[in-house]
Design a binder for this molecule. Structure first.
Ligand code: XMP
Length: 513
């Protein structure tokens, strides 16, 4: 599928910690943006007809052996370019300027003195606050480039080659600590690249649906619906684009949260009239999990069984050509860029496309999670689904240590529902990344009334995170913890103790298994 916009700006990623943020800011300016590896061949790049190119920052030093470089012919294409930090230093060196290592890093808030605004720094007055984070600096700009701004430590803090439409800044306009950075980026996007800022979620929906229907033709599509926001939005887009040619399959493996299956059925079937196949597979999964205590084995069994059920249901539909799934842009970036450190498989339904000879449709592959949420709202999804927390594919099985039995699942569902009710009641629902209950394989002695008990312990896990890669435990107010604890021991039979998990990730993980 092609990039969903006529107005495309490309960020060439040199591995900077803020590269994703540049892409975000451009999209917030209603210009569609893609991030590509710095060494993408020139013909592939020009085939995309970008309106502008941004060279990101990066950790390398331009003179160090093996430092990442882009094709220098880039500067002669007539496409406007903005270099940021490392991108500026690289542009300088490649065009004949001089870069030197500073004695010490210029880091943090700095005053930018504007010498000549040109277009890039127009309407910025004579000085601005900007955010710097660099070791090297440009000592002498390349021939034909004029200095637009300086700071106390960087005599070339911004430069321009007007004729070639090449611009560069040493500071980071993409971070919030550069208060007017977004306007500087917009000066580049609108007044230098000539973008009009027409990219909105509405236009994304229209373009994506048109592309899906062209791709699918008369073919048949299946979509694995988990009830989470990504797969839901994917299913809704497919439904809009090709209607009943798409069948969504929702497998209830019995390891869902309390009331989740019912809610999915009501929302998708009744409210959105999706072509939905509901598969009640609880018994199947439970019997395969019987006696299994090893976490990895549990995951493997659930994954395999899921594929079996899914394949069986798909076979009932006759010949299927496509599998739609809710892969997001960060997954695409992670597995696609040369600078990425972690590579992970982003096949949500691992193994299926190859096995069943299916072509993939991934309509969300251009979007970040919060953009998917905006899209969900635009498509009319209820708030509970738009803001649903991430939930692992193997469900409650990875929150029950040891064997997952029907009795333990029911107990955990009750405790989990209380945790989330109380988090919601405290107004913290949108503040936390995930909040849930865990059932460790622990029983302890307690006393209830006059009786000694020997019941389960429930652990509470509430974490804050940006992407699930790292996380910190949330300092919940004591009254909230108190209510959760009281309600669980009073309302969930078989529990006499509640503990709070106060470990960050790393060293722990978010899930317990
Ligand atoms: P961990 O436990 O690795 O989890 O810190 C990081 C994030 O990933 C979710 N998670 C999963 N999601 N299938 C999924 O779709 C899985 O098998 C799985 N395991 C963990 C977890 O809930 C957290 O958001």
């Amino acid at each position: 599928m092609a990039a969903p916009s006529q107005e495309l700006v490309i960020v060439l990623d040199f591995g900077g910690q803020y590269s994703h943020l540049i892409a975000r800011r451009i999209r917030e300016s209603k210009v569609f943006c893609e991030m590509l590896p710095y060494n993408i061949p020139l013909d592939e790049l020009t085939a995309l007809s970008p309106r502008g190119i941004i060279l990101s920052g990066g950790p390398a030093s331009v003179y160090q052996p093996g430092a990442p470089v882009c094709d220098p012919q880039l500067y002669d294409l007539g496409i406007p370019i903005l270099g940021i930090c490392y991108g500026m230093q690289l542009m300088s060196v490649q065009l004949g300027g001089v870069v030197v290592s500073a004695e010490y890093r210029e880091y943090g808030r700095t005053t930018l003195e504007i010498l000549e605004p040109d277009i890039l720094l127009q309407n910025m007055g004579s000085s601005q606050v900007c955010w710097m984070s660099h070791g090297d600096r440009v000592e002498k700009p390349p021939p034909g480039c004029k200095i637009l701004a300086q700071t106390a430590f960087s005599k070339v803090a911004a430069m321009a080659h007007q004729e070639k439409k090449l611009y560069a800044v040493q500071f980071h306009p993409e971070v919030k600590h550069t208060p007017r950075g977004q306007e500087i980026l917009q000066n580049f996007l609108y007044d230098i690249c000539g973008c009009t800022g027409l990219w909105t979620m509405r236009s994304f929906i229209d373009n994506t649906c048109a592309e899906i229907s062209a791709q699918v033709g008369q073919g048949k599509v299946i979509c694995a619906l988990s009830g989470g926001v990504d797969s839901t939005v994917t299913a809704l887009l497919l439904h809009r684009a090709v209607s009943y040619q798409c069948t969504s399959i929702f497998v209830n493996h019995g390891l869902l949260r309390k009331g989740e299956a019912k809610q999915v059925l009501e929302t998708y079937g009744k409210q959105f009239h999706l072509n939905l196949v509901y598969v009640e597979a609880k018994e199947r999964f439970l019997s395969r999990l019987s006696g299994i205590t090893d976490p990895e084995q549990k995951r493997k069994i659930i994954g395999e069984e899921f594929i079996c059920v899914f394949e069986e249901e798909a076979a009932k539909l006759g010949k299927v050509d496509f599998l739609a799934q809710g892969t997001l842009y960060p997954d695409v970036i992670e597995s696609g860029t040369a600078t990425a450190v972690t590579i992970k498989s982003h096949h949500n339904v691992g193994g299926l496309p190859e096995k069943m000879n299916l072509q993939l449709i991934e309509p969300l592959r251009w979007l970040f999670k919060d953009e998917v949420r905006v899209l969900g709202e635009e498509l009319g999804l209820p708030e509970e689904i738009v803001w649903r927390q991430p939930f692992p594919g193997p469900g409650l099985a990875v929150r029950i240590l040891g064997e997952a039995t029907a009795e333990k699942i029911a107990l955990l569902q009750e405790a989990d529902a209380i945790v989330n009710k109380e988090i919601q009641r405290a107004g913290l629902k949108r503040e936390v990344w995930q909040s849930f209950a865990v059932l460790p394989d622990v029983r302890s002695v307690g006393v209830m009334g006059d009786e000694r008990t020997y019941f389960h312990t429930v652990a509470i896990r509430v974490v804050q995170s940006l992407d699930g890669m790292t996380a910190d435990w949330v300092r919940l107010p004591y009254p909230v913890l108190e209510r959760i604890s009281n309600r669980i021991v009073n309302e969930v039979a078989g529990v006499n103790r509640v503990v709070y998990d106060i470990t960050s990730k790393p060293p722990a993980t978010i899930e317990w298994e």
